[in-house]
Design a protein around this ligand. Structure first.
Ligand code: G3H
Ligand code: 13P
Ligand code: ZN
Length: 305
């Protein structure tokens, strides 16, 4: 069943669990996510970025997700991740997305408000949920206090932003970043900032850049030739703490990419005579699925569908 993010996230914030948003670019990743959600009886968000759309085509992606949702026994949403402008958002709404993110985090506050408001007006008229972002996702471990303040989400601004735009969910910057290299030193997030944001806002909060970069995947990928020295992600205990502080949607892309890459490398190395794509991509799908199931258990969404 295809639903809007709001229907998944309001109960999550109320009951202190989080729904995973998993990025997909192809059928294998989608199958991994949907099969995991079905086996875990978990609600799930299928996330598609503008570059995924460029890679696979809007109509193809929208329709494979809609087909999966029609067949699935769990509620799913089709979400535009990091929509960069009004045009991509409206195209996705037209194609049947049930949720969109408008990422105006690179804009000045007033411009971000204006763009987000415009998206909210269109999306809400069609029953589509809107996520926006305030603050920027960037490594901040060696930054000064002033630099951190310029990048991380300001709790008072967050309150004003939500009141002025009417968004359904807000992505916050508390020290996470995208990709496999999140920290040079020890993983550290600004939980005090998140606590203040939670106090001021009752809408679901979103954590981007939340992959854990699991050691077992890095080890397997490296064993089969990948070069991933220095890869480091978010600690699982930090994920749990973030959920207790109002995070109700957690975005995962990197961990699926790593699981895919490690497994494809393993199969190609161990079975040099293999050239049937299904025998190469099938095992990769299975490992992505195990990763997604693990996230659902960690986020507390298992059994909530
Ligand atoms: O933030 C989302 C992704 O991890 C980056 O995805 O390479 O599809 O833009 P992309
Ligand atoms: P990761 O790179 O940590 O998986 O974050 C993904 C993300 O935030 C997608 O929007
Ligand atoms: Zn993101």
């Amino acid at each position: 069943m295809l639903v809007a993010n709001k229907d998944l996230l309001i109960p999550a914030r109320k009951k202190a669990y989080a729904v995973g948003a998993f990025n997909i670019n192809n059928l294998e990743a989608l199958l991994a996510v949907v099969e995991a959600a079905t086996e875990e009886k978990s609600p799930v968000i299928v996330a598609v970025t503008p570059s995924a759309i460029k890679y696979a085509g809007l109509v193809y992606l929208a329709n494979i997700v809609k087909t999966a949702a029609e067949m699935a026994l769990v509620p799913m949403s089709l979400h535009l991740d990091h929509g960069e402008n009004f045009e991509v958002v409206s195209k996705c709404i037209e194609a049947g997305f049930t949720s969109v993110m408008i990422d105006g985090s690179f804009l000045r506050f007033e411009e971000n408000v204006a763009l987000t408001k415009r998206v909210v007006n269109l999306a809400h008229s069609k029953g589509v949920s809107v996520e926006a972002e305030l603050g920027r996702l960037a490594g901040v471990e060696e930054s000064t206090v002033e630099e951190k303040e310029a990048v991380l989400t300001d709790p008072n601004n967050a309150k004003d932003f939500v009141e002025q735009t009417g968004v359904d969910a807000l992505a916050v910057a508390i020290g996470t970043s995208h990709g496999a290299y999140k920290f040079k030193a020890e993983p550290k997030l600004d939980f005090e900032r998140l606590r203040l944001i939670k106090e001021k806002l009752s809408i679901p909060l979103v954590l981007h850049g939340a992959s854990s970069v699991p050691y077992w995947i890095i080890e397997k990928a490296s064993k089969y030739g990948a070069e991933l020295t220095g890869a480091k992600g978010i600690l699982e205990e930090h994920i749990k703490k973030a959920i207790s502080l109002g995070i109700a949607k957690i975005n995962i892309d990197t961990d699926l990419r790593l699981a895919f890459t490690a497994t494809v490398r393993e199969v190609l190395t161990n079975s040099p005579k293999e050239f049937d794509p299904r025998k190469i991509l099938g095992p990769a799908k299975e490992v992505m699925k195990e990763v997604v199931k693990g996230k659902m258990r960690l986020f507390g969404s298992s059994g909530k569908a």
